[in-house]
Ligand binder design. Structure first.
Ligand code: SF4
Length: 294
């Protein structure tokens, strides 16, 4: 519940706390960066932070990191959000991820270079979504509730520390995250104003304030993101989107060709690699097979 009565009779209002957090850090955001950058993904959490930032009345702009793998429903929703927010006088931009030479980074190029991303190795989020920001004060919709849902799968592998050390991207929802963070390396500050909100509270806020939200949720989606995202059960999703499945396989084929050139005896084919990815990549069994491919 967004409003709870405390033992002393006072009301703890999570909406007011979130708005207060945004207002508290606003002078720093303004002084260093000219205002906040609210990261919009098209998901329910970003609908909430968008509204909170507007209600807080702070100086901010809105940015979408465009991966090119968004569902059509997400594309239409974000376009309508752009219009709605621009009409209120804010800057709303779609940012295309680019490398240091200015060339567009695509998922296909990433898979070709590094293989399929997995739940524990989401380099795609880092490259396609994170690197578009930096040198700003971002407002994110990160929440602890998401980490509770995932802990049975992700933690397992991260604690092993065998394949890689745990790394965290800005869109991660780890329990160690705080409502305010900073990254000296990227010269970036991060504000997570709804960090302690539950899923129910997010929906309560959306309904109470009659906010527009991504229609994918009404079609049974729990998360929105790229088509084929390893954070979801991507098998069915890719069966329903064969064009994307073919592009993933093609990129994986190029990745395996390079591996085969570098390492004698690598005879894996794109088809079996793809099967592994959609069937096992999120589970312990899948990670055990990972070495075979990388
Ligand atoms: S949403 Fe999923 S597929 Fe898209 S960049 Fe992030 S982890 Fe990768």
């Amino acid at each position: 519940m967004l409003r709870e009565r405390q033992l002393d009779g006072t009301i703890y209002d999570k909406t007011a706390v979130a708005i207060d957090r945004i207002k508290t850090m606003a002078p720093i955001a303004e002084r260093i960066y000219g205002g906040y950058t609210v990261m919009v993904s098209g998901g329910k959490d970003s609908s909430v932070i968008t509204d909170l930032a507007i209600r807080a009345g702070v100086k901010c702009k809105f940015e979408v990191s465009w991966t090119g793998l968004e569902y059509p429903q997400t594309v239409y929703f974000l376009r309508s959000e752009k219009k709605r927010i621009k009409d209120r006088g804010y800057l709303f931009e779609f940012i295309i991820p680019r490398d240091k030479d200015g060339k567009q980074i695509t998922m296909w190029k990433l898979v070709e270079k590094r293989g399929f991303p997995t739940r524990n190795m989401r380099f795609c989020c880092q490259e396609l979504k994170e690197n578009t920001s930096g040198n700003c004060y971002s407002v994110l919709g990160v929440r602890w509730a998401e980490s509770v849902r995932r802990k049975n799968t992700r933690r397992l592998h991260e604690e092993k520390g065998r394949l890689h050390s745990a790394f965290m991207t800005n869109s991660d929802n780890e329990a160690i995250r705080r409502w305010s963070e900073n990254c000296m390396k990227k010269n970036e500050f991060v504000l997570n104003p709804i960090i302690e909100w539950s899923d129910d509270e997010v929906w309560e806020y959306i309904r109470e304030n009659r906010l527009p939200y991504n229609p994918l949720y009404d079609n049974g989606h729990k998360r929105v993101g790229c088509i084929g995202c390893p954070m979801r059960a991507n098998k069915k999703e890719l069966e329903q989107n064969p064009r994307y499945a073919a592009l993933y396989k093609k990129a994986a084929g190029r990745f395996l060709e390079t591996k085969a050139r570098k390492r004698e005896g690598n005879k894996k084919d794109a088809e079996s690699y793809f099967r592994w990815w959609v069937n096992f990549c999120g589970g312990a069994k899948g990670e055990a097979y990972y070495d075979e491919y990388i």
